[in-house]
Design a binder for this molecule. Structure first.
Ligand code: S3P
Length: 425
């Protein structure tokens, strides 16, 4: 149950970046030697990736305390061993799509499956290019998980996906590493580039020319000692709370500021917030620094279709911000319907249940800030980012809000409710 808040103030750190953690774990598993990963994302999603790798014969040492480093002893390119049982990806779409790319290139059968939410996620987007490379797939109706992968010796391709998706790009590049030749992906719009930066850190710099990224197959990856920056997508929740509530001032330290993820900062400014962001260091190619967010009078904002890929994960919390004032219109965001939940209908439905004036369209939504929310009872729909977005919206309601299924925040940000409580001033 979330009580309304007057102001949020203070300084926090958020958990390690989920996207980067998955990539460091997978590349460590394909490398020669023992890698270590500090500040590995503590959420369930990145634990699913570790569990899958362990089931494929990778030695994974999990840290004893919160400050510990994950240790991963790689099996070398093409060195994974057949799993004894289907591989459980839990709630994690990134585990599912990236591991499909890795497994497609191993000459054995493996099945990937997950929870009820993951079982609704489309797999065709990775099955098409990986089949073209030579793997075979058997999936549930509608090309959903569980997916049985018949891995094979792959051939390189030049793939042009029709959806902008970092997961699809990464699946193809990971498969491409395990071919003899050059594999390229030309994206319809740029997406987060953590795979490219991580490959460089492991000694295999990809070639980047505009929206085309190519990797050279057959080159060995070198084990690394890595540190994951804080997750800017998790930082977006306290940042939005600060933008929303008058008199607020929140600083988030040690957070990743990769430009392909940082569009949220400009959007907060467009809403009227005062945002300072400072890169203080670059680790393994990833810029890291702090952000400070203060409230300002809220303005109406429109997110255009071409802006969507860069803020895809932050749209739910931006919708929450719009309920405090300003309002928000989002178009060209049909991809939201195939995330951990249908993030258009579940988001709009939840905010309306709290008293918002909101409408959905096939590829977007509109939030009109006509009155403060009342609060009430909402369902997280098994979606971590919806649970957190509703919690932020609830801070501005006139009464309390109960979020059913709120424990799902553990997927990406287990300490979310504690951090939010600490910031209440
Ligand atoms: C991710 C890519 C995005 C994003 C997801 C994480 C990644 O998904 O929504 O939370 O780590 O590559 P898509 O590739 O489906 O856009």
């Amino acid at each position: 149950m979330i009580a309304p808040a007057g102001t949020v103030r203070g300084r926090i750190q958020v958990p390690g970046d989920k996207s980067i953690s998955h990539r460091y774990a997978i590349l460590s598993a394909l490398a020669d030697g023992r890698s270590t990963i500090a500040n590995y994302a503590p959420g369930a999603d990145c634990q699913s990736t570790l569990a899958c790798l362990a089931a494929l014969g990778v030695m994974v040492e999990r840290p004893a305390g919160p400050d510990g480093r994950v240790g991963i002893t790689g099996r070398g390119l093409g060195g994974l061993v057949p799993p004894a049982a289907p591989l459980d990806c839990g709630n994690s779409g990134t585990t599912l799509r990236l591991m499909a790319g890795v497994l497609a290139a191993h000459p054995f059968d493996a099945t990937l499956f997950g929870d009820a939410s993951l079982s609704r996620r489309p797999m065709r987007r990775v099955m098409v290019p990986l089949s073209e490379m030579g793997a075979r797939f058997e999936a549930a109706p509608g090309d959903r998980p569980p997916v049985l992968i018949h891995g094979a010796r792959l051939r390189p391709i030049h793939y042009r996906p029709d959806v902008p998706s970092a997961q699809v790009k990464s699946a193809v590049l990971l498969a491409g590493l395990q071919t003899e030749g050059t594999t390229a992906v030309t994206e319809p719009a740029s997406t987060r580039d953590h795979t490219e930066r991580a490959l460089d850190a492991f000694g295999i710099p990809p070639q980047v020319a505009g929206r085309t990224i190519s990797v050279q197959g057959g080159r060995r990856l070198v084990a690394q000692d890595l540190t994951v920056p804080g997750d800017l997508s998790s930082a977006a929740f306290p940042a939005v709370a600060a933008a929303a509530l008058a008199g607020s001032d929140v600083t988030i330290d040690g957070v990743g500021l990769n430009p392909s993820r940082a569009a949220i900062l400009d959007l907060l400014r467009r809403f009227g917030a005062v945002v300072d962001a400072q890169v203080t260091t670059v680790r393994h190619g990833e810029p890291v620094g702090h952000i400070r967010v203060r409230h300002g009078a809220l303005e109406p904002v429109e997110v255009r279709p071409d802006e969507v890929p860069d803020v895809i994960d932050e749209l739910p919390v931006l919708a929450a911000l719009a309920t405090f004032g300003g309002g928000l219109t989002v178009g060209g965001a049909g991809e939201l319907r195939v995330k951990e939940s249908d993030r258009i209908s579940a988001l709009v439905g939840g905010l309306r249940a709290m008293g918002a004036d909101a409408d959905e369209r096939p590829d977007g939504f509109t939030i009109r800030p006509t009155r403060p929310l009342a609060g009430g009872v909402v369902d997280a729909h098994g979606d971590h980012r919806l649970a957190m977005a509703f919690a932020i919206a609830a801070l501005g309601a006139t009464g309390p809000t109960t979020i059913a299924g709120a424990e799902v925040v553990a997927v990406s940000y287990p300490s979310f409710f504690d951090d939010l409580d600490r910031l209440r001033a």
